[in-house]
Write a protein that binds this ligand. Structure first.
Ligand code: B12
Ligand code: SF4
Length: 508
């Protein structure tokens, strides 16, 4: 039993008092070079939901949200003021150094510290090596109540269901804890425990709207083989429409929110559910504008009228490639014809589109990349991200190429970025050059829309020529086209990973 779990170390309480938990979001916006350009600031839904659940289960909970702070100093102040029995830190790859610092600060105060969230779920041993007492690799609500009570009572964490901890230098996984059966049991997020107004007024200044994030489901039933889903795996649960509406109403009435981002991995998996939600948003309100991530096979054009009437403004689409061969190899389960249909309908309905695209899938040839560029030119989405495929530990793609990794650190922004992390078909510079071609193409779109389509087309052809005559021969290098290496892998139907700097979730 760790010495800090001795309740007598908290003189103001005895073992019978409510357990006290401090939850920390270690993300410091000003340290994030992408923040201004790409990252949209919302409070962590994980932290907000966990806090609400703890509170409903008789646990005193407070939150230190570092998003608008300079550094992690507020954590120490909070620890000294609140004297929690337990500290819980939300983890993402990007914030790992801060999370480790917070663990050190907690331990310095003699308080045990837990890690939860996607990064620690993917590499729990790393967090245990860095001084965390345990990792909660999956859904956290029930486990956190259990651990907090154990720590308050002076019982060990090791072996607790839903945790990974160390005992005598050995990693011990507690028995798995079942997922919550009914997501309607989740209370409304504990918005009052952090500074919602700071987020909302930042949005107001930036966009003129008070924006908030909402989640209507957990998990995803699809199986894109490159997708990392460490927390909820391939499970899927959905809240009732009534429960979703009560959250939207609360945001609208209590915080004057007028724009919502539905953060589900896939929004509207069940068509009947989606239709009911849209109908009730239209008839009952609250009348909010919204955006969501959607799959092209689910976003049927005939639904768009209703979505638009309910307030739809922007859709994130995991388009990934303009080559059907590559989509099949990625196990995306989507067809190019669906992409084309949805892109055209969104344009017709004046809904903004954000496309996620990826380069560097094993077996992808320059012809496949040209096909992606052609698709991009044809539909010219308002926003996009083109990333170089990165194998994320825990995915089938990673397992298949792990012998060809280039020994670089995983991208701190999650599953992808602009560095080539494994020996792919072409040298890294070829992919970077292709990214440049996409960004030029996006600029040309503005010229096309505002000035002259002819000038834009001419410039476009000039870049193509530069590619054919100069870049291609230069960048193929001595290694030449190694697509045969990838082709072998593609035959094995390898998974793939996409995520560029602004690609904040599985690309759906
Ligand atoms: C919505 C979302 C966003 C939103 C909101 C972010 C926010 N502030 O929460 C936006 C668009 C702003 C965003 C931004 C980014 N995101 Co994001 N995002 C998501 C998404 C789609 C859903 C997250 C969510 O709300 N889940 C629902 C809640 C309930 O689940 P949860 O947070 O996992 O929490 C549960 C458990 O993990 C656990 N738990 C979590 N924390 C803790 C702590 C303790 C102590 C315990 C015990 C348990 C526990 O219990 C919770 C409840 O059961 C996920 C994908 C996914 N499905 O997880 C990606 C994801 C989390 N994002 C990711 C990334 C990379 C980013 C960015 C870095 C991307 C970028 N643009 O640079 C930024 C970082 C910004 C930031 N503030 O940290 C990655 C993280 C990968 C990684 N290993 O780090 C994910 C997993 C997507 C992916 N597969 O790549 N994101
Ligand atoms: S990429 Fe999207 S649709 Fe595919 S498995 Fe991941 S979350 Fe599901």
């Amino acid at each position: 039993m760790p010495e800090y779990s001795d309740p007598s170390r908290h003189p103001s309480t005895g073992a019978g008092d409510a357990p006290r938990v401090l939850l920390v979001d270690p993300y410091v916006a000003r340290e994030d070079p992408m923040e201004r350009k790409f990252v949209e600031l919302y409070p962590s839904l994980g932290i907000l939901t966990l806090s609400a659940w703890l509170r409903d289960h008789g646990i005193r909970v407070e939150v230190t949200d570092l998003t608008f702070s300079r550094d992690a100093e507020p954590v120490t102040h909070h620890l000294r003021r609140f004297h929690p029995h337990l500290v819980g830190v939300h983890t993402k790859t990007l914030t790992m150094p801060r999370a480790i610092e917070i663990a050190a600060r907690s331990r310095a105060e003699g308080i045990p510290v837990l890690a939860g969230g996607p990064d620690s779920a993917t590499r729990p041993d790393r967090y245990l090596d860095e001084g965390f007492d345990a990792v909660v690799p999956s859904e956290g609500e029930a486990t956190l109540v259990d651990v907090a009570t154990r720590v308050r009572d002076g019982l060990p964490i090791v072996g607790c269901p839903g945790t990974i901890a160390r005992s005598d230098g050995h990693t011990v996984r507690g028995p798995p804890r079942p997922f919550l059966r009914n997501l309607d049991d989740l209370p409304l997020p504990a918005w009052d425990l952090l500074d919602m107004e700071a987020y909302l007024s930042a949005w107001k200044t930036r966009t003129g709207e008070r924006r908030a994030a909402v989640l209507t489901s957990r998990g995803c039933p699809f199986d894109c083989s490159w997708c990392s889903k460490p927390t909820f795996g391939r499970t899927y649960r959905q809240q009732s429409v009534g429960r979703v509406l009560s959250e939207l109403n609360a945001l609208h009435d209590r915080f004057r929110v007028d724009y919502v981002r539905f953060c589900d991995d896939v929004f509207g998996v069940d068509r009947r559910w989606l239709e009911e939600l849209l109908d009730r948003m239209i008839s009952e309100g609250p009348h909010l504008r919204f955006e969501c991530l959607a799959r092209v096979d689910l976003l049927k054009p005939d639904l768009l009228d209703r979505m638009k009437a309910a307030g739809l403004q922007r859709v994130y689409l995991g388009v990934e490639s303009g080559s059907q061969k590559m989509l099949d190899a990625m196990s995306r389960g989507t067809r190019l014809a669906q992409v084309e249909r949805v892109a055209a309908s969104l344009r017709a309905h004046q809904v903004r589109q954000f496309w996620f695209l990826m380069l560097g899938y094993p077996g992808e040839t320059l012809e496949d990349i040209e096909a992606t560029l052609r698709l991009f030119r044809r539909f010219s989405p308002e926003e996009y991200s083109v990333s170089i495929a990165v194998p994320v530990p825990g995915t089938r793609f990673y397992d298949a190429v792990k012998d060809r990794l280039r020994g670089r650190a995983p991208a701190s922004r999650g599953s992808g970025g602009s560095s080539l992390l494994y020996e792919a078909t072409y040298p890294e510079l070829m992919y970077r050059w292709q990214q440049v071609r996409f960004s030029w193409e996006a600029r040309l779109r503005r010229i096309r829309d505002r000035f002259s389509p002819e000038v834009a087309d001419r410039l476009s052809r000039a870049v193509d020529e530069l590619h054919e005559r100069v870049a291609k021969p230069l960048l193929m290098g001595k290694s030449g086209d190694r697509s045969h290496v990838g082709a072998r892998v593609t035959e094995a139907r390898l998974p793939m990973v996409a995520e560029g700097p602004p690609h904040e979730g599985p690309s759906t």
